[in-house]
Design a protein around this ligand. Structure first.
Ligand SMILES: O=C(O)C(=O)Cc1ccccc1
Length: 317
């Protein structure tokens, strides 16, 4: 077998993820049924995990994308919006509570410097100001990377999953830290563009949209494409395009699958009016919530209406 084909077969069995070992991302990845049969490769950053897929070195990259306290994970949103296209095929929701991990023997009074992923900070901010008001925060590449740096003596404490303590020779000094009840993070499995995941009836569709010329109501026009077809948005975030002040694109998640008539027609409407539309995938929702459809927006309603139009054109109305 040619070497290139063998290398591809090996890489397609490999999933990269935001590492190092012991991240929440890894814990979420291990809940996928196929995780046990894949080579799971920790990477130093979200871009590194996704670029390995673009380079054909991995079949999928597993990364955090949205947090119930902090919103979108910008590194992931920006990486998916730019560069060689990737698509999302799966998602996992993980409830998140943090532990303060320290080297053995450290007491709360010893903790002067703390670290964690930037997305972790808003989730522990109130706990920090109540319990360690003078501690200095510095961000780490991930929560497990923070734990690794505590092991190396660079910080006194890291906010990470309790399960990461043993991996880095640390102790959980305080557990169950979460400013917000029911905090959860959503993770996605991204791969090279291909056929979307099969519709399940409880799906999410992700797109990135670029507005054309700046004019009053430009964002409203974009939103109307969803609204008039009864498509519910579940996340919308503006992200700078990097082209200058005031230049933004919109990262949007909506309920439903591109194969649902209302979603497909909303996307074709957007394709007509936006200079840029990047389809990031339709995939099963981890919470299995099905959309509540408004009258006139089911697939049958759309089919009946286009059949009626065909009859009109045929003189059979
Ligand atoms: O996976 C991790 O451990 C991360 O560093 C990303 C993250 C940050 C905050 C909550 C969940 C995941």
């Amino acid at each position: 077998m040619p070497v290139a084909i063998v290398a591809f077969m090996m890489s397609s069995g490999r999933y990269t993820y935001l590492g190092p070992a012991g991240t929440f991302t890894e814990a979420a990845l291990r809940t996928l049924p196929e995780a046990g049969t894949r080579e799971l490769v920790p990477m130093v950053s979200v871009p590194a995990a996704l670029d390995a897929v673009r380079a054909g070195e991995a079949g999928g990259a597993f990364v955090p994308i949205e947090n119930s306290v902090e919103g979108g994970v910008n590194a992931t949103l920006d990486e998916l919006a730019t560069g060689a296209p990737l698509m999302i095929y799966r998602e996992v929701l993980l409830p998140i509570t943090f532990a303060l991990l320290v080297r053995p023997g450290t007491t709360l009074a010893d903790v002067k410097t703390v670290t964690g992923h930037p997305v972790a900070q808003p989730q522990v901010r109130r706990w920090l100001s109540a319990n360690l008001p003078d501690a200095r925060w510095e961000s780490a590449a991930s929560n497990a990377d923070g734990a690794r740096q505590v092991q190396e003596g660079r910080f006194d404490g890291a906010f990470a999953g309790e399960f990461a303590a043993a991996m880095y020779g640390l102790q959980p000094l305080v557990t169950d830290i979460h400013d917000a009840q029911n905090a959860a993070t959503r993770f996605v499995l991204a791969g090279l563009p291909g056929r979307p995941s099969a519709p399940t009836g409880a799906d999410r569709t992700s797109v990135v949209l670029w507005l054309g010329d700046d004019h009053p109501g430009a964002l409203l026009e974009l939103l109307q494409e969803f609204a008039v077809r009864g498509v519910n948005l579940v996340r919308i975030e503006s992200r700078p395009t990097g082209e200058g002040i005031g230049r933004y694109c919109f990262s949007v998640d909506c309920e439903g699958h591109i194969a649902d008539r209302r979603v497909g027609e909303a996307l074709t409407g957007l394709k007509r009016i936006c200079p840029g539309v990047r389809f990031l995938g339709s995939y099963p929702r981890a919470d299995r919530v099905r959309p509540a459809l408004r009258p006139g927006t089911t697939d049958k309603d759309f089919t009946d209406a286009s059949d009626w139009l065909a009859r009109c054109l045929d003189g059979r109305a």
